[in-house]
Ligand binder design. Structure first.
Ligand SMILES: *Cc1c(COP(=O)(O)O)cnc(C)c1O
Length: 474
């Protein structure tokens, strides 16, 4: 076997030390405030990619991820973790492709335990995190705030893990019944779903205050599983390979349309391309919170007010993972990246010449889709194909249609639109569009009868910090 070169990771701000995978996993955000990216992309040639065609989803994951992981976790443990994770998913193909039209496909990424694409990576992250902590004989207290979806994915990823206690704060009475129950009905001693008497912003501020209390943070070894962790992006690379291989890759190029918010999912597609997967175009699809599509079309990154939409998981103005692309746009100059981001933090604005984007990131195109058009797409898809899609998936699919009819991408090249959530998670929008409510999938059909385990706490630092201190095993 060829000698494996150990992959190192560098920070986008250029100051924090180079780390290997294990430390990147545990550290999350780099100490200089940057995000970790691979120092170099391991390259796969055409023959190597072609030979992956026969692999199962789990085996493909193992092969593609291994060069990134290095040798901190044993090969056997890693293989078992990946196989066990995807075995539990609700569809034998893990990420099935559905054809909607000639050369237009839907990639279903909602067959994990919480029915959204975040499960594909969060489940692996939870397992890797726990394994690394156990190996180091450490424990951690994970604390997070959620407006609905990420919280349940994190809870499912961490439940019953020996080295982790997890506390998720959600705004009491402000998440949907299904979202709440996905968090509160998990019967595991290390899981704590806290209904905070406040808004989502109060939840986020509370988490920030806990992390900013350095003494508290160190005492309970607080950490987060947010989307800036490289281990959240790595497992997402796989489904781009999976879909492309199924449609004739690497001998045939494909394009993807990706409903985007924090720029994590579409960055994983960019990474797949960097590894050698032939991708023609990546459509960054946003809702009316269109900072990303404005950027790709004008070179101007400018913060505006967040507006609630039918696709709430994309209601974002500052896309934290965008910094990883910016670093490449700056030709991996950490101090330039730092300057631009710091300036953006202060002024809410920066710009980059569109020629430069065309030269260094020409794979991207971008579109924004408003709520009305989203509903129309759900309705039309249902009428034409019988498929019921959720509002996030509809944003992606609408963008795929628009970019095609604009002539920007060739109709000869298959376009794969990502279905990021199960329609049953967004019943009201689906009902508005189609006149009927989507059925809950079998994994969740007892959700509404299950017992809830939750605690209601006032929006008060002492109450929350004491509750966590009393209930963590750190
Ligand atoms: C998180 C999420 C998105 C946005 O993905 P990013 O990686 O943040 O760009 C889109 N759709 C759904 C359903 C999500 O949960």
């Amino acid at each position: 076997m060829a000698l494996e070169i150990l992959l190192k990771y560098i920070s986008t701000r250029g100051i924090a030390p180079e780390l290997d995978f294990d430390d990147v996993l545990i550290t999350g955000l780099a100490r200089d405030g940057g995000l970790y990216v691979p120092k170099e992309w391991p390259k796969l040639n055409k023959n190597e990619i072609e030979s992956m065609r026969e692999l199962s989803y789990a085996d493909l994951s193992i092969q593609v991820m291994k060069p990134f992981i290095g040798n901190s976790i044993s090969s056997d443990d890693f293989d078992t973790l990946v196989r066990d994770t995807y075995d539990k998913f609700g569809h034998p193909a893990v990420a099935p492709l559905k054809q909607l039209e000639n050369n237009l496909w839907l990639l279903e990424l909602f067959h994990g335990p919480t029915l959204a694409f975040k499960d594909y990576a969060m489940q692996i992250l939870g397992g890797l995190f726990d394994e690394a902590l156990q190996r180091r004989k450490k424990r951690t207290t994970i604390v997070g705030a959620t407006s609905g979806d990420t919280g349940s994915a994190a809870i499912e990823a961490c439940r019953n893990r020996g080295a982790i206690d997890i506390f998720i704060l959600f705004p009491k009475g402000r998440v949907s019944n299904i979202q709440q129950r996905q968090m509160t009905t998990v019967d595991a001693l290390n899981v704590h779903a806290i209904a905070l008497e406040g808004t989502f912003d109060d939840c986020q501020d509370m988490v920030k205050s806990l992390f900013n209390d350095l003494e508290y943070r160190d005492k309970y070894n607080l950490s987060a599983v947010n989307s800036i962790n490289w281990a959240r992006l790595l497992p997402q690379i796989i489904y781009y390979f999976w879909a492309a291989l199924a449609l004739g890759g690497p001998n045939r190029k494909v394009s993807f349309s990706v409903p985007s918010g924090n720029f994590g999912n579409v960055f994983s597609a960019y990474a797949a391309k960097a590894l050698g997967l032939p991708i023609e175009n990546l459509v960054v699809a946003t809702n009316t919170n269109d900072i990303l599509s404005r950027f790709f079309n004008s070179g101007k990154m400018e913060i505006k007010q967040v507006r609630p939409s039918l696709s709430p998981s994309m209601d974002i103005q500052v896309s934290s993972n965008f910094e990883r692309l910016l670093f490449d746009l700056c030709e991996r100059d950490g101090s330039l990246t730092n300057e631009i981001i710091e300036n953006f933090r202060t002024n809410g604005y920066f710009d980059i010449e569109t020629e430069l984007i065309a030269e260094r990131a020409d794979i991207f195109s971008a579109l924004s889709v408003d709520d009305e058009t989203t509903l129309a797409r759900i309705k039309k898809t249902h009428k034409d194909t019988g498929e019921i899609i959720d509002p996030h998936s509809a944003v992606g699919l609408e963008a795929a249609h628009q970019i095609r009819s604009s002539g920007f991408v060739s109709p000869e090249i298959p376009i794969i639109s990502l279905a990021c959530a199960h329609p049953a998670k967004f019943p009201d929008a689906v009902h508005r569009a189609t006149g009927s409510y989507p059925a809950l999938p079998v994994q969740l059909d007892d959700l509404l009868e299950k017992k809830e385990y939750t605690v209601v706490l006032p929006n008060d630092f002492d109450s929350v910090s004491n509750y966590i201190a009393d209930n963590t095993n750190v």
